[in-house]
Design a protein. Structure first.
Length: 253
């Protein structure tokens, strides 16, 4: 039986050449593996950002714009309800004011952002870009939760008994507590919306015009011209204050 012994290397120069070939081969393989991984992550980042852009500018932003535009109208209507209750206005008058109070109930979503986080996308994005998206989404869960709380608080206003004489003192107190709860909910939502919308220009997206028109048409159906368009750079430039004592539906110049 014959054994074939590997041909011995002739000197250190030949050995070094063999090692260099192996090292270069490994480095080339690692380089192309890195290129493929980078391509895969770039593709995942583009997909995740596209989803978050749609969720932000098609879904959440039009709802936020509507809410910010009608918050002064909501506050004015709450003022009117409170004034009527405190002055002992007839029950029917208070009920009429309550019926004109409109609080849109929508959902403010974070599905795309949650999917991106679960896929570990943010760790492969530039830090400054991650910071922008973090600000855009940071307050959305709070806004959504507060919107649900507001709906429950508003139900306490709507629950006022519609028949009988003037409101009793307990009825007045219950109504005023509900009014102020809704007012607090609105202020909290507006603060979160202001925070989120302040960063939108850095995302280089455009609020969906059709969706925005749908929400603003809905706002004006309930509040007339009290529902005004936000300045293009809101919240940097705030809405002008409503005229004193304005009731929703009265034209605003």
């Amino acid at each position: 039986m014959h054994f074939h012994v590997p041909k011995p290397l002739h000197g250190w120069r030949e050995f070094a050449g063999e090692v260099a070939i192996i090292v270069i081969g490994v480095l080339i393989a690692l380089f192309f593996e890195e290129v493929v991984q980078r391509w895969n992550w770039d593709n995942k980042i583009r997909t995740a950002e596209a989803a978050m852009q749609r969720e932000t500018f098609w879904d959440n932003a039009p709802e936020m714009v509507q809410r910010a535009s009608i918050q002064p109208c909501i506050d004015a209507q709450l003022d009117a309800i409170r004034a009527a209750a405190e002055s002992g206005a007839p029950r029917a008058d208070v009920a009429g004011l309550i019926d004109r109070l409109y609080l849109p109930f929508v959902t403010f979503d974070t599905v795309a952002e949650q999917n991106a986080t679960a896929s570990d996308v943010p760790t492969h994005m530039p830090k400054d870009r991650v910071g922008v998206w973090t600000q855009a989404y940071a307050m959305v869960p709070m806004i959504d939760a507060t919107n649900a709380t507001e709906a429950a608080d508003a139900a306490k206003i709507k629950a006022m008994k519609r028949t009988g004489g003037p409101l009793s003192l307990p009825e007045q107190m219950a109504l005023l507590q509900a009014v102020e709860a809704v007012r607090s909910d609105g202020r909290r939502m507006l603060a979160g919306i202001s925070w989120a919308m302040a960063v939108l220009p850095k995302l280089h997206g455009t609020v969906d015009k059709e969706r925005l028109k749908m929400f603003m048409d809905d706002a004006r159906m309930h509040y007339g011209t009290c529902a005004r368009d936000l300045p293009s750079d809101w919240p940097t430039t705030p809405l002008r204050p409503l005229p004193g004592g304005l009731a929703p539906g009265i034209p605003v110049n």
